[in-house]
Design a protein around this ligand. Structure first.
Ligand code: GLN
Length: 304
């Protein structure tokens, strides 16, 4: 597959696309990011890199971090996790409280905010320094120790995080949060504020295309069953109430964040990340969705 040619074609086709969507503003620091940032990076399973635009610039990964925290929690407590968080698509916005009432405080899946907060609670219970453990995990899978939180973004979200505070307290009332709400939120706000580039994200997510093994050393980080489950969750729940649309258009497992990043992967082929900050009404990068649809059109391949 000539990914070089395909990315060149995508870059030229989308170069003059008028900006649609709006940069997230409910986290004040994110509102400052220039809307015209645009980058893409693809890493194939043979270790070859292809990229264009702002692919090396780090941005706030936001909900993409939920994949890393889930992987770490699965390694820490195994199947016990599924007693506290379900694996069904939610069909409601990422920060919705409504289903929790009828479902006794058990979130639909680990990628909506409620589910990610339960996962954060698991990490707080199982690691003496959960923020450090999460960063160490990301450093291990990317081979890059310079990846870090942006404390200004974390503080900005903490200041305005009324809904996440409500979610964690509501779940605590059902007995599904073990730790102090403040400790769970501190980890959650920091994980969302991790800064990575499209290149870093492709480097991290190649693990999920390579059956849980690091590309360079073939060292196993996750079992093939764990990877199957994480990819299945990305496919069915990675885009909130637009997971069906992403599957329909792109046909790959992936995960988005309100920082405008989307990462997707084709098992045994590649991992790819796109960054464009303006979001569609469902909180997913508007241009990112279109670019990834074009990618699987041009390759002629998806998982389906
Ligand atoms: N930090 C954001 C929040 O909790 C993450 C949401 C997202 O990226 N969809 O609202």
């Amino acid at each position: 597959m000539d990914y070089n040619l395909i990315l060149k074609q995508i870059q030229s086709e989308f170069a003059d696309t008028p900006i649609s969507g709006r940069v997230a503003s409910y986290i004040p620091e994110l509102a400052k990011v220039p809307p015209d940032k645009f980058g893409m990076h693809l890493l194939d399973c043979k270790g070859r890199h292809y990229c264009f635009g702002d692919s090396n610039e780090r941005f706030s990964i936001q909900s993409i971090s939920k994949v890393f925290s889930l992987a770490l929690a699965m390694k820490a407590i195994g199947d016990e996790l599924w007693n506290r968080v379900d694996v069904e698509p939610s069909g409601v916005p990422f920060n919705s409280l409504s289903q929790l009432e009828n479902e006794a405080g058990i979130p639909r899946n680990p990628f909506i905010n409620a589910g990610a907060l339960v996962v954060a609670d698991v990490l707080v219970s199982n690691f003496s320094n959960p923020k450090g453990a999460l960063l160490t995990f990301i450093h291990e899978i990317t081979g890059d120790d310079s990846i870090d939180f942006d404390p200004v973004v974390a503080a900005s979200e903490a200041q305005e995080g009324y809904r996440n505070r409500a979610l964690v307290n509501y779940m605590k009332s059902f007995g599904n949060i073990e730790n102090k709400a403040a400790d769970v939120l501190d980890l959650y706000f920091h994980q969302c504020a991790i800064e990575m580039s499209c290149k870093d994200l492709a480097q991290a997510f190649i693990l999920f295309s390579n059956q849980g093994k690091l590309l360079e050393t073939e060292r196993e980080i996750l079992t093939s069953v764990q990877v199957k489950r994480i990819n299945a969750l990305m496919q069915t729940c990675g885009f909130y109430d637009e997971a069906g649309e992403f599957t329909f258009k792109v046909g790959l497992p992936g995960k988005s964040g309100v920082g405008g990043g989307i990462v997707a992967l084709h098992p045994q082929h590649y991992a790819v990340a796109v960054w464009s900050p303006p979001l569609n009404p469902n909180g997913n990068s508007a241009l990112g969705m279109d670019v990834l649809e074009r990618l699987t059109q041009l390759t002629g391949l998806s998982i389906f």
